[in-house]
Design a binder for this molecule. Structure first.
Ligand SMILES: [Zn+2]
Ligand SMILES: [Zn+2]
Length: 111
C-alpha cells in the first residue's frame, strides 16, 4: 500500500527492515502451504510414482507430485498416510477420473 509503481524495477540495494521482514514472511507462508508436505512425502515414499513406478532424479523431480488420497489438501498427517507420490501424468489421470466420476455421481469436487 502506497508504493505501487515499482513492479518491474529490479530490487533496490537498500531494503528497510520491514520490507525484508515481509519478504521472509511471504516466503515462509508459501513454503508452509506448498513445499513442506511435498518434501515430507518425497522423503517418506521415495522419488517414485506410486502408479506407474517411474523413478525420478533431481532434474526431473518437479514432475513428481503429491496426491492427497482423500482429496483434502489440508489433511497432511505426519505419517504420510494421506499422501501418494504420483508423476504428473498419473496425477492428471487420477483427478480426471475422479472429477468425471464426481460429475456423474453429482458429488462435491475433490482435491
Ligand atoms: Zn506415474
Ligand atoms: Zn491429487
Amino acid at each position: 500500500m502506497g508504493a505501487g509503481f515499482r513492479s518491474r524495477r529490479p530490487s533496490p540495494p537498500t531494503k528497510t527492515a520491514a520490507e525484508v521482514d515481509e519478504l521472509i514472511r511471504r516466503m515462509r507462508g508459501e513454503q508452509d502451504k506448498g513445499v513442506n508436505y511435498r518434501e515430507r512425502s518425497l522423503k517418506l515414499n521415495g522419488w517414485i510414482c506410486a502408479h506407474c513406478a517411474r523413478e525420478f532424479e533431481l532434474p526431473t523431480l518437479h514432475l513428481l507430485t503429491v496426491h492427497h488420497k482423500d482429496g483434502n489438501h489440508n489433511n497432511n498427517p505426519a505419517d504420510g498416510s494421506n499422501w501418494e507420490n504420483l508423476c504428473s501424468y498419473c496425477h492428471d489421470d487420477e483427478h480426471g477420473r475422479g472429477l468425471l466420476g464426481d460429475y456423474l455421481s453429482d458429488r462435491k469436487p475433490r482435491g
